[in-house]
Design a protein around this ligand. Structure first.
Ligand SMILES: [Zn+2]
Length: 178
């Protein structure tokens, strides 16, 4: 994960065109020339941890950031969409499988650097038990999908600190253990 901070998405004020933007508290851009205000607020993202006995499902990311590392299916919440609907939609888009339902589990803050813009996210995580799903992955998004035994997960291969926190919390909770 990048620890990059303070990189404005804007070089000039979108309203008056002067290079007079000032950043406050990492999220608030204000223009001293015309008074334009912009809050680069936390973006909602939703993910879903699919599990069965002793195993959880991970997808290998096939694009930046963290290409090649493992994550749970997920993505940004759309405008006018609930977090759980976003989690189920992203799951279907990435691996071609949509659980009938899911339950909220936990949330963690995260940072997501995409094409030079640093997004601060709140990653909202849901869980669902699935025993024998069939997959059809989106190869643009996903390189591979597989169930991994709890005891076999290499936390160094997980994409983000929020992913690591999620998987650690889930395994420690003993939800999918006999
Ligand atoms: Zn301005």
């Amino acid at each position: 994960m990048s620890n990059q901070k303070n990189q404005s998405p804007f070089k000039i004020c979108p309203q008056c065109g002067f290079e007079t933007l000032q950043l406050q508290h990492n999220i608030h851009y204000s223009c001293s020339q015309c008074g334009w205000d912009y809050f680069h607020n936390t973006a909602a993202a939703a993910g879903i941890l699919l599990y069965r006995t002793d195993e959880i499902l991970l997808v290998q990311r096939n694009h930046e950031p963290e290409k090649g590392k493992y994550d749970v299916p997920g993505g940004f919440v759309n405008i006018n969409e609930s977090a759980e609907e976003a989690a189920l939609r992203e799951c279907f888009e990435e691996i071609g499988f949509r659980p009938e339902s899911c339950a909220f589990f936990t949330s963690f803050p995260n940072q997501y650097l995409y094409k030079s813009i640093l997004y601060y996210t709140c990653d909202l995580y849901f869980i669902a038990r699935v025993d024998n799903p069939s997959f059809q992955i989106d190869p643009v998004e996903i390189g591979d999908v597989a169930f991994f035994k709890n005891s076999d997960i290499d936390f160094n291969t997980l994409a983000f600190p929020s992913t690591q926190n999620l998987v650690r919390l889930f395994i420690d909770a003993g939800i999918n253990i006999h």
